[in-house]
Design a protein around this ligand. Sequence first.
Ligand SMILES: *Cc1c(COP(=O)(O)O)cnc(C)c1O
Length: 483
Amino acid sequence: MPFTTDANIITQALDKFRSDSNTAKSPVLNQVAIDEIIQSLDLASYIQHGGLTDGKLAEFMNNYLTYALRLHHPAYLGHQCAATHEAGSLGAFVDAFTNNVMAVYEMGPGAASIEYFMVNWLLEKVGWLPAPVKQSERYEKRSFGGGVLVNGGSIANLTALIIARSKLVPEVWEEGSPSNLSILAPSESHYSIQKAAGFMGIGKNAIYTIDVDQNGAIIPKALQAALDRSKNDGKRPIALIANACSTAVGIYDPLDEIGAFCQENNIWLHVDGAHGASALLSSKHKHLLKGVEKADSLTWDAHKLLRTPSLCAALLVRDHSDLDSGIHQEASYLFHDKEPIGFDFIQRTIECTKSGLGVKLFFTIAAEGEEKIAAYIDGRYALAKEVYHFVIEQSDLECPVAPESNILCFRVQGSDEKQMRIWDKLMTEGSFHLSTTMFMGKRFLRLVFMSPHTTITDIQRLINRIREINKEIGNAVESPGLS
Ligand SMILES: *Cc1c(COP(=O)(O)O)cnc(C)c1O
């Protein structure tokens, strides 16, 4: 098999894809109907006859990439997925090729060591003690942090809630979940928290909502009321969730005060930093997470602001023993007495087979060094502020909150439906890729600055285009016969 020739074909196609994206030579998005794509890519023929190599491969790649969303494009403002660093993609390639599924050490000692090291690097950013790398020291009875890389923030949040419950109700593994458990969380929480409550048999109705201010941030004074409501219903909270930052508008909860409340009341604090924990790398922005070290667990996605290919999310804990004893597993072919030389991450995960997620994270950060990654984050956060100051000067636009991260919401004067029609038109024509969100009962257009190539000029172009579409919609409404 002509491995290097084909790899070269793919690299060249991706390189062109990259430069066409970076320079906005091609549209950010090209949405075509499924049947058309399946036919145009000739999928059925390849499955039947094979032959996807050499010249055919080159042709296929060029064709395939015309249907790919371009996350590095300046007009990509859609979701929180990383505009990946190419070095991280090469790390993912190495991991895919070696397929070292390292949850048990002997399935990939190199990948497991890299994950162990990278988890420690993240722990230190939080202000938690990294785990000893010397085998003998790991069995000394003292407290240090721990963590594991998993397939996404949603799984990291679920894992955090599972171990928090195990801590409160150690017999849960044998007896099942009691019916008197609850979760305290702000209304701005990511829906993975609701999903976790469902999966765990706690139930969505047992999530007690913590009141938030007009920016969607937890009001520290409202914490007691949420706890009281849970208590009055005879329910014990397994954890309290705080956001760093919130998904919809990117606002950080006041972790320092929330941490103090949880310590006083002996409640597990889980910080959902899937998006915004990466600010811990930045000396300019880490103050947004002041007090995070008081938490018990933290979710931190590397496939969002750390430019790492999906999926790669860290679940970190202040005390490793909560994680090591929170998930009970028995499988005689995996868990048995063996000479401890490495570390088995499998005792910390929902997954069994687990890819070497640390490898792509390492490749990403190692290519640039941590300071350059921090500078990228600073740059994207600064752009959100710059756009905010521009938008609030426009009489036909409004922002619900001043941004604290790289997420910015705004809307055009008019109904929720108007925002949706504008969004739909932009996506259909493929000129810009953005999302919409509900916030405080209203629909907003939502920008997430992930591409390193987006500048204020691109956003001014977006706003001009929005105004043109707005006019067309207005005319269509005035004279429906002509629409
Ligand atoms: C993105 C996000 C999640 C979900 O993470 P996935 O990696 O998409 O599963 C959870 N919480 C917050 C606050 C997020 O921004």
